[in-house]
Write a protein that binds this ligand. Structure first.
Ligand code: DGP
Ligand code: NA
Ligand code: NA
Length: 213
């Protein structure tokens, strides 16, 4: 007996992966595709550098400021939390959210620092304050291949050894809601892989499925 009322809502679709693996391009293409299919969809990026917390994060990433690792961790978490209510409102209203990074970057990048007080378990525990994704598209490429891309190295975490650790942390986070996408192909090939795994999840949310954790 199914006593849980199935409420139609938008899907929470998240792209994760190392720096310069093509997430932003794929997010935009996915939103365009969903809209062309009549799905109400919007793209957001985290960190959201437009808020005052986001400005502090931006200065840190640009290596214009030094912040304690736990403090910057909390800033990234707060930068997601300041969008929580709007996320829930949009999802409940039937809008599908396509996110360029989310909680999983929060866990992977901080855990990659290897600090005992900022363990993967601790980082995960903080993220329970935020809605869980319906689907995580994990874009995979080697750290060496992303390092060869234009613009690489401009920000704090864009260093091959660090990227390897973050990529390993992403792998440790995978569960049944994750889909692994080979990010080394052409933009169009990757887009086809993304569409194939995303459309069923979006349809299921719109047909009514409780928001998970
Ligand atoms: P992007 O704008 O996608 O290039 O991401 C900015 C950088 O910040 C990227 O190196 C990943 C990192 N990042 C994203 N979210 C978090 C987070 O929550 N915590 C930490 N420590 N780093 C993050
Ligand atoms: Na980056
Ligand atoms: Na990006």
């Amino acid at each position: 007996l199914d006593t849980v009322r199935k409420v139609p809502r938008g899907a929470l679709i998240v792209f994760e992966g190392g720096d310069r693996c093509g997430k932003t391009t794929q997010c935009s293409k996915l939103v365009e595709r969903l809209r062309s299919q009549g799905v109400d969809a919007v793209m957001w990026r985290f960190p959201d550098r437009s808020t005052s917390i986001g400005a502090a994060i931006n200065a840190y990433l640009a290596e214009q400021s030094h912040l304690d690792d736990a403090v910057v961790h909390m800033l990234f978490v707060a930068n997601r939390l300041e969008k929580r209510e709007e996320m829930l409102r949009l999802l409940a209203g039937g809008t599908t959210l396509v996110l360029d990074r989310y909680s999983y970057s929060g866990v992977a990048y901080t855990a990659a620092k290897g600090l005992p007080h900022l363990s993967i378990e601790y980082c995960k525990s903080v993220e329970v304050l935020l809605p869980a994704a319906d689907l995580v598209l994990h874009m995979t490429m080697t750290a060496e291949a992303t390092a060869a891309r234009g613009g690489y190295g401009q920000e704090r975490y864009e260093k091959v050894e660090f990227q390897k650790k973050a990529m390993e942390a992403f792998e440790a986070l995978r569960d049944e809601r994750w889909a692994v996408i080979d990010a080394s192909g052409t933009i169009e090939d990757i887009h086809q892989q993304v569409v194939a795994v995303t459309e069923p999840v979006v349809r299921q949310a719109l047909a009514g499925r409780a928001l998970g954790r």
